[in-house]
Design a protein around this ligand. Structure first.
Ligand code: HEC
Length: 206
């Protein structure tokens, strides 16, 4: 290094096994970043951990729901009838969309695996309002508002509700982690029996 180019670095007095240490000033950009991080961190904590900033889980849920809605838009409108609802229940791709909507909106009350919480267990054979797969659509569309089940028609269109209905129908017979005790006294026949012509047109909701 040419002698005239820099200030002579200061060498500290102490020495260990022949190793000596310089005491150079830290570069300006480094000190700037150091203080910038320290000033940024309380703002971050206040916004994301105490204040209104979204958590990564919320952001993920929003993205999943948006992706599910985009996928549904591609499918086009689906008719509201038993065979379409049961068709969803047998279609793994559509079930994924239904599951994403269910986890985002329904798991608070019905548990992520459908085992029930404030709302009833959707995996057992017993239902409060369900006589046919079409009733899933009806209950979600109109809700059972006085009992605490919201109406979902303001949030979802009929096609989305058909997909959700198929997903919830598919939960029957599942084994949730913490099943809530059975509620209601309706025990509908196996869903497949509703595909026979005599029952498949049962009072389709408008
Ligand atoms: C705020 C709590 C809450 C949320 C959120 C909620 N539910 Fe419910 N749900 C209930 C309650 C309570 C009932 C029981 C209604 C009754 O007693 O008739 C119910 C009933 C149902 C039933 C009928 C079950 C039966 O045995 O008759 C279905 C199906 C259902 N919910 C699906 C859903 C779906 C799908 C979602 C999400 C889109 C959802 N629920 C969101 C509280 C909720």
């Amino acid at each position: 290094m040419p002698e005239s180019s820099t200030v002579e670095p200061q060498v500290l007095d102490h020495e260990c096994d022949g190793i000596r240490e310089y005491d150079n000033a830290l570069p300006g950009w480094w000190t700037f970043l150091f203080w910038a991080c320290i000033l940024f961190s309380p703002l971050y904590i206040v916004y994301y951990h105490i204040g209104v900033g979204p958590s990564i889980y919320l952001e993920l849920d929003d993205e999943m729901a948006a992706a599910a809605e985009a996928q549904l838009a591609q499918l086009g409108p689906m008719p509201v009838d038993v065979s379409t609802i049961l068709g969803v229940a047998a279609d793994p791709k559509k079930l994924l969309i239904g599951r994403s909507m269910f986890r985002t909106n329904c798991s608070v009350c019905h548990a992520a695996d459908g085992g029930g919480n404030a709302g009833p267990n959707l995996c057992d054979d017993t239902y409060i309002n369900i006589r046919s797969p079409l009733d899933f659509f009806r209950v979600m569309h109109d809700g059972v508002v006085p009992k605490g089940m919201p109406a979902w028609s303001p949030r979802y269109n009929n096609t989305q509700l058909v997909v959700l209905a198929g997903y919830v129908a598919s939960l029957r017979g599942g084994t949730p982690a913490a099943p809530k005790a059975a509620q209601g006294d309706l025990k509908p026949a196996a869903w497949s029996t509703f595909l026979t012509p005599s029952t498949s047109t049962l009072e389709a909701p408008k």
